[in-house]
Design a protein around this ligand. Structure first.
Ligand SMILES: [Zn+2]
Ligand SMILES: [Zn+2]
Length: 858
């Protein structure tokens, strides 16, 4: 075997294996009889770069995939790309200095696809470098017809079952992006605005109304008070006049009005917020839409028509103030809904949109069939389900998305949804293959597209072979994902899998935390705490980054990136490499009878296997890796190898072979246990040892070796002897005159003799010892203060006495000294007596361990 380098060259090793690995060993086998383990991997938005947060999450997936594969499962670790959606469109608009409407639809889509393909290439590179065992035979991209035909099929089937419908309904709308968005895409942020108090003319006199949105005055359809507000009883059921626009609206009574807010009167507009929508529905109010899709005022807003919302707010406030209608203003803290992508305040518009029915109780019931890790994360889904008031709006007024396969009849305006056999299609490019019910064959294509969550919420179905395979592999086994997308991806996936196949999407969902910056804050370029995986690949390698992911904390917790963990990981790799480098020329697999120390190590190894397996089964990767590290540093390097060095370097024979075989097995087993965490280093070690890839091996199984108490006792004697030498200031390899070990376990001596570099005798039973007082040590600090000028003479007298006599007197309670005839009585602590332990007449030091007494000749 060629000489191994002293320093572990992570770069050379990792790059070598990345180049030479055959990734087909990770392919899912559709014909296999092994139990399946399908992972519903997150398809990331391929924009930007693969970041540390991705690295953390993909490491978790890879740990699980590699572990399950070694445990004998037919694993699928697919990789999808969630291509569609606003982030890419916004980026294309920014990069090309255009808006989506300034170029033809097809051209805009092409620009988006190109940007996405470039990003996918970058992700491929980072994922390969990180050593992920992805099944590239199951890669999908939602923008490709092979995938979006599935999205369209799911749309058609749910439409046919009545689970998708089209309706004029208020939706959340981003005026900047020019599209409807789902409730799950609205972010809330608190802002300070102004509360304006205005006069409205009533039939007799005036009432006061407070509003933060005077620009919606043209959309006012009613005012309301609390039914028990005694101040305003006489107005209920009558009308008031909307200032500036001069039309009458009714005064309603509604218990949802907060009498303590403003004047107690509230203006109902279509629509200022979600409460307006509730009132509008309950009281069957008319619709006065004042804001258009681009965020500008409509003709109904009279003099303000064509202005933006912000411009209108400023101008109408000024007009109302000048006319004395606004008579008071005060600051108001408000929660404002913002577009998740561009942070523009959203508006609520009533629009014809496509909706998916939400059956919240059924979704909650199905969530209970799924194992949530950690368990408390299920509550987040339940809370979200409970807060749903509207169905899921799935149509978007954008371009880069799956087309909605529908047309509208020019004659009767009826919607015609495509048949499954026509798919995939873009209604803008093809016409329906049949006539409308009314007989007309002229259609207007649906220009709206589908919410991108419509693509990704069938990911579990898609990787399990839906809809083409007759042996659909549902449910899948694992969904790994972040807690930030429980209310979207997890919620929608359960909803859609249930709607389409009536089954849960996964057996278990593993929620991972976020990767934070070293300072504990969210990583961001502006906070200067941003780390790219490539930086770590360069400085310490992929295995070190993977160890950080494993050791940083258990899944579910947010985990700060820490260079000190990366350094610790590298040190561990170097340690393991040093162990390996030392062992390699000395070890070999043999079938040899093992000694006590070998059996102790085998038992320790068994315990490690059991502990690691149990932790991996619970996805507690940090526990598993910590146990592996502790074994390698403490048990293997510091104890076992030190103990068996003499045998390893000694003459060939059964004892040597037993050590060679035990160490070989330990290293081979460690390489397998570490394969999920450090695939490169593990491969280097395992391949050097066996000529095979560690990644097609099975997970180690404990061999049932019971703990060898004698071997454990020898290990303890050895560390006690090491400590003894250190305390005596003796070099660890310098010999001692002789060692006798007493233990009822009948300890073997070869390894102890080696580690102590001294002759060792092993005996059973207890040593017979004699305690001999050999010297007196007068204690000046006791004598001095009490006897002052006599102290020196007392000390001289004590020194002259027989140590055995002083020992007897101390025992009796006091010491008598004779100062030239004057007898003084000293307290027993006035002198210490040094005792020497003798064994068979020889002076010895005694060391005790739990199972042994060790005598060391002096
Ligand atoms: Zn937006
Ligand atoms: Zn028609």
């Amino acid at each position: 075997m060629s000489e191994l380098s002293k320093e572990y060259n992570f770069k050379q090793v990792e790059e070598k294996w990345e180049r030479s690995w055959d990734s087909s060993i990770y392919y899912f086998d559709w014909e296999s009889k092994k139990p399946q383990y399908i992972i519903d991997t997150p398809p990331p938005y391929p924009t930007g770069n693969f970041h540390i947060g991705n690295a953390l999450n993909w490491c978790y997936i890879d740990f699980a995939a590699r572990y399950k594969r070694m445990r004998g499962y037919n694993v699928m670790f697919p990789q999808g790309w969630d291509c569609h959606g606003l982030p890419t469109e916004v980026k294309v608009e920014q990069l090309n200095h255009i808006t989506k409407n300034q170029v033809p639809r097809e051209e805009f889509r092409r620009l988006c696809e190109k940007l996405t393909e470039e990003a996918i290439d970058r992700f491929h590179k980072s994922m390969g470098r990180l050593g992920l065992s992805i099944d590239w035979s199951n890669e999908y991209a939602t923008m490709k017809p092979e995938y979006y035909v599935k999205t369209q099929t799911s749309f058609v089937r749910m439409y046919q079952k009545g689970q998708i419908y089209r309706e004029d309904h208020p939706v959340n709308w981003c005026p900047r992006c020019g599209t409807a968005i789902a409730l799950a895409e609205v972010e809330y942020d608190s802002r300070t605005s102004t509360l304006n108090y205005m006069h409205f003319c009533a039939e007799d006199g005036e009432i006061e109304i407070a509003t933060s949105r005077p620009e919606l005055l043209a959309a006012c359809v009613a005012v309301a008070v609390h039914p028990e507000d005694q101040r305003y009883q006489k107005y209920i059921g009558r009308t008031v006049k909307v200032p500036i626009f001069n039309y009458s609206v009714p005064v309603l009574a509604d218990p949802a009005v907060d009498s303590s807010f403003g004047s107690g009167f509230v203006m109902i507009c279509t629509f200022g917020d979600k409460q307006d929508v509730r009132w509008w529905m309950e009281h069957h109010l008319p619709l006065r839409q004042a804001i258009d899709r681009g965020g500008r005022m409509m003709p109904i807003a009279g003099p303000y028509s064509g202005l933006t919302v912000e411009e209108t707010k400023e101008k109408i406030t000024q007009d109302l103030t000048e006319q004395g209608i606004i008579f008071k203003q005060e600051p108001l803290e408000q929660n404002v809904g913002l577009c998740w992508r561009c942070k523009t305040p959203i508006e609520i518009l009533s629009e014809q949109q496509w909706f998916v029915r939400i059956d919240a109780p059924e979704i909650k019931k199905m969530a209970e069939e799924i194992e949530w890790i950690p368990a408390h994360m299920r509550v987040r889904l339940e809370n979200w389900a409970d807060s749903m008031e509207w169905d899921w709006c799935i149509s978007r007024q954008r371009i880069f998305a799956t087309p909605i396969p529908a047309w509208y009849c020019k004659n009767c305006h009826e919607a015609l949804v495509a048949e499954e056999s026509w798919l995939p299609l873009d209604p803008n490019l093809t016409q329906p293959k049949k006539k409308c019910k009314c007989g007309s064959s002229e259609f207007i294509p649906e220009q709206d597209v589908l919410d991108t969550w419509m693509d990704s919420s069938i990911s579990a179905l898609a990787v399990a072979g839906w809809p083409d395979r007759t042996d659909l592999r549902m449910p899948t086994q694992l969904r790994p994902q972040g807690h930030d997308i429980i209310r979207t991806w997890a919620f929608y996936t359960i909803l859609r899998t249930r709607a389409l196949e009536g089954i849960r999407p996964w057996d278990a969902i593993l929620i991972n935390g976020m990767a934070l910056g070293e300072d504990g804050h969210k990583m961001s370029k502006s906070l200067n705490n941003f780390i790219r995986p490539e930086e770590v690949f360069e400085s310490n390698g992929a295995d070190a980054l993977r160890q950080w992911a494993a050791i940083g904390g258990s899944p579910g917790n947010d985990i700060p990136f820490q260079w000190k963990e990366i350094t610790a990981a590298s040190r561990f790799q170097q340690k393991l490499w040093s162990i390996f480098r030392f062992s390699l020329p000395l070890i070999a697999p043999y079938d040899a009878d093992s000694g006590q120390v070998d059996r102790w190590l085998s038992a320790e190894l068994d315990q490690l296997i059991t502990k690691t397996t149990e932790a991996m089964d619970r996805f507690q990767f940090d526990e598993a890796l910590k146990a592996i590290r502790a074994f390698a540093w403490d048990v293997l390097a510091d104890n076992y190898i030190e103990l068996v060095k003499a045998r390893l370097y000694g003459q060939d024979g059964l004892e040597k072979r037993a050590a060679q075989d035990t160490l070989f097995t330990a290293l081979e087993t460690l390489a397998r246990l570490m394969a999920p965490f450090t695939p490169f280093l593990s491969e280097e070690i395992y391949h050097t040892l066996t000529g095979q890839s560690v990644h097609v091996q099975s997970w180690p199984v404990a061999r049932g070796q019971p703990m060898d108490r004698a071997g454990l006792a020898i290990k303890e004697v050895a560390s006690t002897l090491r400590r003894y030498k250190a305390e005596k200031g003796v070099a660890l390899n310098s010999p001692l005159p002789g060692i006798v070990v007493y233990s009822d376990l009948d300890l073997e001596t070869a390894d102890l003799a080696g580690v102590a570099n001294s002759p060792v005798e092993s005996r059973t039973g207890k040593p017979s010892l004699e305690m001999k007082p050999i010297a007196v040590k007068p204690q000046m600090k006791v004598i001095g203060p009490r006897f002052r000028d006599k102290s020196q003479r007392i000390i001289m007298a004590l020194m002259g006495m027989d140590p055995a006599d002083i020992a007897r007197q101390k025992e009796a309670g006091s010491i008598e000294v004779d100062l030239d005839g004057e007898i003084l009585e000293l307290p027993p602590e006035a002198a210490e007596v040094e005792i020497q332990t003798l064994s068979a007449g020889e002076a010895v030091d005694i060391l005790k361990t739990k199972e042994a007494t060790v005598l060391v000749r002096r």
